[in-house]
Design a protein around this ligand. Structure first.
Ligand code: ADP
Ligand code: ZN
Length: 214
């Protein structure tokens, strides 16, 4: 399947994407994961992105479109893709529309994951992420078996640098100002699936129904 996953930080886009990849072999494309890997590796892209990311701001549209133009043409995208954290601004959505038309690719749906703000805040402050494979844990509801060690790959499970209270509040403001308008954009484009995302299982069920998977 080919989907855009829209939603606030902490809405569960990454969790839902990982559940869907297991169903039909589509690949999860998380711009946040790509950027974090670049920062960790100290590449030129990483150096350009680091400051904006750590403060909770956005990386420039040009940089993001450069990444995505290449990424969407890689071979593994032929089995479908789940866009997680992209597009995040109206200019990115417009550029994506042109890019997909050029590549002759159409999307099955854009899924908007709705979660109340208090649930989001609680999720983000208790979230922990594997530095190596991106697996997501929660100190309260889903801790790794050994504290600080990823169940899946043995990597370090850490609190992200942008998950301090200050950066979280900035990310939510940036989301409301720059990303929330994409819901209207995709409503006009058609094929928007609006879901209550308090339960990731329910989101996956709604998506399967929408794209016609049993
Ligand atoms: P979130 O949990 O907030 O959805 P992500 O892992 O998607 O976080 O992104 C982390 C950070 O990476 C963002 O706060 C932003 O700085 C940067 N980033 C990720 N995707 C994009 C994008 N499409 N456009 C601009 N910046 C992005
Ligand atoms: Zn891991």
């Amino acid at each position: 399947m080919r989907l855009i996953l829209l939603g606030a930080p902490g809405a569960g886009k990454g969790t839902v994407a990982k559940m869907l990849t297991a169903i039909d072999g589509s690949v999860q494309i998380s711009t946040g994961d790509i950027l974090r890997a670049a920062v960790k590796a100290g590449t030129e892209l990483g150096m350009k992105a680091k400051a904006a990311m750590e403060s909770g701001g956005l990386v420039s549209d040009d940089l993001i479109m450069g990444i995505m133009k290449d990424r969407l043409q890689e071979d593994d995208c032929k089995s479908g893709f789940l866009l997680d954290g992209f597009p995040r601004t109206i200019p990115q959505a417009e550029a994506l529309k042109v890019l997909l038309a050029d590549l002759g690719i159409s999307l099955d749906a854009t899924v908007n994951l709705n979660v109340p703000r208090d649930v989001i805040l609680d999720r983000l402050t208790t979230r922990r992420t594997c530095e190596d494979c991106g697996a997501i844990y929660n100190v309260k509801s889903n801790p790794p078996k050994v504290e600080g060690v990823c169940d899946k790959c043995g990597g370090n499970v850490v609190q992200r640098a942008d998950e301090t209270e200050e950066a979280i509040s900035k990310r939510l403001d940036v989301f409301n100002e720059q990303t929330a308008p994409l819901v209207g954009f995709y409503e006009k484009e058609g094929n928007l699936l609006d879901v209550n995302a308090t339960s990731s299982d329910a989101v996956v069920a709604a998506i399967k129904a929408k794209v016609g998977i049993a």
